[in-house]
Design a protein around this ligand. Structure first.
Ligand code: DAH
Length: 339
């Protein structure tokens, strides 16, 4: 009997079990109720009493050996088959996915839009390619104005088209499109890209964003312009940053002004960023020039209005303390992730 046990033991150890199918054959052959080991236990009943100790021990060893081979291989096969499947161990920490975010400029345009929508402004579209009439003439900007120079504006090859096409240098032409297409009252903002033939530096790029604003109705005053801009600055920069309005000149507004915000870096004390003035300019504004109303067919004796245009990159540099305008477009994830 001992010999028989030893033979089966050798068989158990040598049995090749590469997959679940052979594992089942192994189980049927050795471990099932009708298997070889159970048969041996049946035979054990007839073993001579003096032999029972040794045979019993050998038999138990055989049974344990077969069982433990079965268990280990079963576990190994299960592990292999679950690899690559999503049903693994539910107690493991979940997989994290890196989701993208909106670009800082997009977020700012949406913020600004929301701030103005709250006080009744609607969003109007515009065109990145304009002709000289919309970008300059209709906006009361004469032929000799320096911004019309090739040095400052990207002109497109418009030969044979009868008009000079260009990449708009400002969002202000949107004002003209809106007023040509509807009678007053008008209360719109128009965000978008603008282009200027600038040398690229920490302060300027050849492409940037602006948001234009326009409000026209009977009896609109400069006081309303100031109130609206104050409201915007408080919403966008927070209540702590001081603002100021100073006289300026634009061909399409009279009188004209510029709004400055306290320098983010020195808080008004004067530093390199603000060229030691303590202030940074964020927008141009003014009362719509009567000539512009005449150009679009509005009666300047009946209507008045205000307009403003702000630079987005510049505004964001102030809000977040971004020292170089190029950072917005370098797509450095370490920078973008912060917003
Ligand atoms: N378009 C001007 C610029 O790019 C900004 C501006 C000034 C817009 C005054 C306006 C305005 O609507 O009234 O510098």
């Amino acid at each position: 009997m001992i010999d028989k046990i030893e033979n089966i033991k050798a068989d158990v150890s040598a049995y090749k079990i590469p997959d679940a199918e052979t594992l089942e054959q192994f189980r049927l052959k050795f471990l099932s109720r009708k298997g070889l080991i159970n048969d041996l236990f049946e035979d054990f009943k007839n073993v001579d009493r003096t032999q029972k100790g040794t045979v019993g021990k050998a038999l138990n060893e055989l049974k344990n050996l077969a069982q433990s081979r079965f268990d280990t291989i079963k576990e190994k096969l299960e592990k292999e088959s679950s690899k690559g499947s999503s049903i693994e161990d539910y107690t493991l920490p979940g997989r994290t996915y890196n989701t993208g975010t909106k670009h800082l400029i997009t977020q700012a345009l949406e913020d600004i839009t929301r701030i103005f929508e709250r006080i009744g402004f609607k969003v109007a579209g515009g065109f990145e390619i304009e002709d000289e009439y919309y970008n300059f003439d209709a906006l009361n900007t004469p032929d000799y104005h320096p911004s019309r120079d090739m040095q400052d504006t990207f002109y497109l090859d418009s030969e044979g088209k009868g008009k000079s096409y260009l990449l708009r240098t400002q969002t202000s032409p949107a004002q003209i499109h809106v007023m040509q297409n509807q009678p007053p009252p008008v209360r719109i903002i128009s965000p978008g890209k603008c282009y200027r033939n600038e040398a690229i530096s920490a302060r300027s790029l050849a492409m940037f964003h602006q948001v234009e604003g326009l409000y026209v109705d009977k009896g609109v005053t400069f006081r309303e312009l100031k109130g609206t801009l104050d409201y915007f600055a408080k919403e966008f920069f927070g209540k702590d940053l001081k603002t100021r309005l100073r006289p300026s000149f634009f061909p399409f507004t009279e009188p004209s002004g510029e709004m400055d915000v306290e320098c983010y870096l020195c808080k008004g004390k004067g530093c390199r960023i603000c060229k030691y003035t303590g202030w940074l300019e964020i927008l141009g504004c003014g009362m719509v020039d009567p000539n512009v109303f005449v150009n679009v067919g509005y009666d300047p004796e009946v209507y008045t209005g205000y307009a403003f245009g702000m630079g987005i990159e510049r505004t964001l540099m102030i809000r977040h303390g971004v020292p170089d305008i190029r950072m917005f477009y370098e797509n450095d994830i370490r920078f973008l992730k912060q917003f």
